[in-house]
Write a protein that binds this ligand. Structure first.
Ligand SMILES: Cc1cc2nc3c(=O)[nH]c(=O)nc-3n(C[C@H](O)[C@H](O)[C@H](O)COP(=O)(O)OP(=O)(O)OC[C@H]3O[C@@H](n4cnc5c(N)ncnc54)[C@H](O)[C@@H]3O)c2cc1C
Length: 415
């Protein structure tokens, strides 16, 4: 009987779409509710990296010593909007509490379990699509070190990654230059995470999933969820700006906007947003074939179908403040120093809201209050990497199947 219940997914970002497609492939009827076109939220503008090497949390021991310097640097990778600090403080305190060596070890294990198989889960989810139609490449991801001190500073992180099973090849300056001939003199070395991949268009990936869902009979409703009508067994209707919609099983996948929806369904979660920016360069004038992450500057450089994308930086500023496109300009300035031939004609800036939990782990969970309500949000810096794996875990939870990944670390009530 429960196998016939329709699953309503709220949010058509990469996470909601992967959940919908995974459930549909297991025989469920799915309805996806979103006021916008699929894949146009944060999932549109990310760096596109399927980061199999990202097994370390954002917070690490000793970070607090660097924090004041990072915040004071106007062109640095981190900033807080004036006035947002008091609102952000509870999240920041939880973030700092996650940086003890013991917690970092636990979080890193939990991240490795979901992030490392991320590329393969996409290929499995899309195995009914011709390979040349899937906008994913598996060419690894280069960690680029502009300065000598970056090479030294990266060693402990790369050792920790290797301990988790991440394959990392250390590259000297000549090897980096062979891989990226357009690189300028500001470069001291690199490391290649060979198991990583990238999306050549994150939007095309979402659109492909949406087309698959529709072709198999799933429906999309353009509406914004505002709340729920609760019946004897849980939510019976979702209240939207277009009226009430009857629901059976429900998955909340509204990215950074999931907090009030989860609260209405039984879980107060410390979800906030780390805003991020990109600068899209349709005519970069240089060729870059491998995506790269420049941790010291807090951004990635990714070759995409429609140009070169510079994406990253963290701005704490909440969901409502308007974008500060200077942050995107800073990415361009850094990139021009790294790649002296870089062209910026027609450059387009963008801002999006990472849905961030303070411990760098997503919420992939059943509601504490209602057994037929599920959560898939809070993927922070790694939502693209974790889309397909989240879809599979949610499908397991909805079907009451034991997952091959232990879902305990991602529970909504872990705080
Ligand atoms: C600059 C930048 C670079 C990044 N780079 C990478 C990267 O290289 N690799 C990686 O893995 N991750 C990266 N990320 C993170 C990744 O983009 C996010 O984690 C991911 O997109 C989150 O997906 P989502 O589906 O949860 O959210 P979204 O894509 O934001 O989707 C949420 C959807 O919910 C809808 N919604 C909101 N409220 C409601 C409501 N009330 N009712 C109905 N629908 C609603 C929205 O319209 C939206 O379509 C990056 C993020 C940024 C900002």
């Amino acid at each position: 009987m429960s196998e016939q219940r329709t699953v309503t997914i709220i949010g058509a970002g990469i996470i909601g779409l992967c959940c919908a497609r995974a459930l549909q492939r297991r025989g469920r009827t799915v309805t996806v509710i979103d006021p916008n076109e699929p894949g146009r939220g944060t999932s549109y503008g990310n760096a596109g990296i399927l980061a199999a090497g990202s097994v370390l949390p954002e917070g690490h021991p000793g970070l607090w010593k660097r924090l004041p310097g990072l915040l004071l640097d106007r062109t640095g990778p981190l900033t807080i909007r004036p006035g947002y600090l008091p609102q952000m403080l509870p999240w920041l305190l939880r973030f700092m509490a996650s940086t003890t060596p013991g917690r970092v070890e636990e979080i890193s294990k939990a991240l490795a379990a979901i992030v490392m198989p991320g590329v393969q889960h996409y290929l499995d989810l899309l195995d009914d699509v011709a390979a040349d139609q899937v906008p994913i490449r598996r060419q690894g991801c280069l960690y680029l070190y502009p300065k000598r001190e970056d090479v030294k500073a990266a060693e402990p992180a790369n050792d920790a990654r290797r301990r988790r099973g991440v394959e990392i090849e250390t590259l000297g300056p000549d090897e980096v230059r062979q891989l990226i001939p357009a690189i300028g003199p500001d470069m001291a070395g690199g490391a290649l995470a060979t198991q990583s991949g990238h999306a050549t268009s994150p939007l095309a990936l979402s659109q492909l999933l949406a087309a698959q869902i529709e072709a198999a009979g799933g429906s999309f409703i353009r509406a914004k969820a505002m709340g729920f009508t609760i019946g004897a067994e849980g939510p019976s209707h979702v209240r939207t700006d277009q009226g009430e919609i009857e629901v059976e099983d429900v998955v909340i996948a509204a990215g950074a906007f999931s907090k009030p929806l989860a609260a209405a369904l039984g879980n107060k979660v410390p979800l906030d947003t780390e805003r991020g920016y990109h600068m899209m360069l349709p005519q970069p004038e240089i060729e870059i074939r491998v995506p790269m992450l420049i941790s010291s500057l807090g951004f990635g450089v990714t070759p995409m179908n429609d140009g070169l994308r510079l994406a990253g930086t963290v701005e704490f500023g909440g969901l409502k403040a308007p974008p500060d496109y200077n942050r995107a300009q800073i990415l361009l300035d850094h990139a021009k120093r790294l790649f002296p031939g870089l062209g910026d004609e027609g450059a387009v800036p963008w801002m999006g809201h990472r849905p961030s939990m303070p411990d760098s782990l997503p919420v992939i969970s059943r509601s504490s209050r209602f057994s037929r309500v599920f959560y898939a949000f809070g993927h922070g810096h790694l939502g693209l990497s974790l889309g397909a794996v989240t879809g599979r875990m949610i499908a397991d939870l909805v079907q009451d199947r034991v997952s091959d990944i232990d879902p305990t670390p991602y529970r909504a009530d872990r705080f």
